[in-house]
Design a protein around this ligand. Structure first.
Ligand code: ZN
Length: 106
């Protein structure tokens, strides 16, 4: 038997919720006990840490871009590239065939 220390299905649900709230948390829309719950989950869950790391980096970057006079453009570009590669690696749904009626009426 191999010890499966990965996320169980229930954990995945918790992860999704945590990441969803993480957005609001990063915008400082969530504070106090709610923020604690999110932080606790993120710090204890490696799966979330990997995702949250990227989210946090982007949000902090956006903040810097908005408030700071100097925005590290190269850093933003490299992060964006990482995300884009990540997205491209995800399986995309095949687009429905474009059925165009080439006016061939009799
Ligand atoms: Zn998690």
């Amino acid at each position: 038997m191999t010890e499966d220390s990965g996320c169980a299905e229930q954990d995945i649900q918790a992860c999704l919720q945590a990441l969803e709230k993480a957005h609001a948390y990063l915008r400082e829309e969530i504070t106090g006990a709610d923020a604690e719950v999110i932080r606790e989950h993120l710090s204890a869950c490696q799966n979330c840490m990997n995702n949250f790391d990227v989210e946090a980096a982007i949000t902090q970057l956006v903040k810097k871009c908005c408030t700071g006079p100097k925005a590290p453009a190269h850093l933003k570009a490299s992060i964006m590239q990482t995300i884009l590669v990540d997205i491209e690696n995800q399986p995309t749904q095949p687009e429905p065939p474009n059925i165009r009626g080439t006016s061939s009426t009799k």
